[in-house]
Design a protein. Structure first.
Length: 297
């Protein structure tokens, strides 16, 4: 994946979430990034809640009123129920903080279309938004994926041409060699939709994966900032140690569903298109994270 040339166009696919909110503030406050769209996906809470949270945070941050926002998938790629809300984020998924309701028009809501016959958001609006921005910025757009990869997998399935126009994907997800945080083997975003994660990580798209191996090493205490660490990895990739490996996801295992499988020795013979962040320089990463938290006070 090419190094960013400021201002780098990005679409943020997110499921706010406390750490997603911090990540949005960090991305929107950076002169090195131009946020060209925001899409939502069910994860830390249901799709309606995370979409409401996203618009509220965008308003809080003073994001441009014409910034496109689209509601994405309400459940996993293979269907069935979604993983229950991540309790660590508390009521409303923002740690109990109640923000004024967002005032933005969101594509894909019942009012604007985009729900399937079962009444659930089908993710079409999110896919359409990502595809449109990718065609506007061919070879330049980075998709910053901070939640389950359902929308990204649907983009690959529905519009592979647009997906091929992405400069790459930066995703907070997985646990390469670290323990999981929702099961002993699996990280939350990957566990929410392992089938979608498999589609994306084995697609050949350039992916930079920011797993739990590094998102716990920044030294920020009392606040989980996994997703914000992925934004720092996009802004300051030189602060991270990257290793390129073939990566897959376990989708069946009784004890290991959602586990990331990293082919360190190349035994599968698959191309190594995924760059894994396996270490970081904690001081500058921590300072970057703390700066956005101070600004948000």
């Amino acid at each position: 994946m090419p190094e960013p040339t400021p201002p780098l166009p990005v679409v943020i696919d997110t499921d706010p979430g406390v750490d997603d909110a911090i990540a949005l503030l960090l991305a929107l406050g950076s002169s090195a990034l131009r946020v060209a769209g925001v899409t939502t996906v069910a994860g830390n809470a249901g799709i309606e809640q995370v979409t409401a949270n996203a618009t509220a945070v965008l308003d809080l941050a003073g994001a441009p009123a014409d910034l496109p926002v689209a509601m994405g998938a309400a459940g996993p790629l293979a269907g069935g129920p979604r993983v229950p809300d991540e309790p660590v984020h508390g009521p409303g998924a923002l740690g109990g903080v109640v923000l004024p309701p967002g005032t933005r028009l969101v594509a894909g809501t019942p009012a604007t279309g985009g729900h399937g016959p079962d009444g659930r958001a089908d993710g079409t609006a999110a896919v359409d938004l990502i595809a449109r921005v990718a065609r506007t910025h061919p070879g330049e757009l980075v998709l910053l994926a901070l939640g389950p990869l359902t929308n990204v997998a649907r983009l690959l399935e529905r519009d592979p041409e647009a997906a091929g126009m992405l400069a790459g994907v930066v995703h907070m997800g997985g646990a390469a060699f670290a323990p999981g945080n929702v099961t002993p083997a699996a990280e939350f975003n990957t566990y929410c939709d392992p089938e979608a994660t498999r589609v994306v990580l084995t697609s050949g798209l350039p992916v930079r994966l920011v797993p739990l191996d590094v998102t716990r090493r920044h030294g920020v205490r009392e606040c989980r900032v996994h997703d914000a660490t992925a934004v720092v990895a996009l802004l300051d990739p030189e602060r991270f140690c990257w290793r390129r490996h073939p990566v897959d996801v376990e989708c069946v295992g009784e004890l290991t569903r959602g586990a990331l499988v990293t082919d360190v020795y190349g035994r599968t013979g698959r191309p190594a298109t995924v760059e894994l962040a396996l270490d970081l320089d904690p001081d500058p990463v921590r300072h970057r994270l703390l700066a956005v938290l101070e600004d948000a006070r």
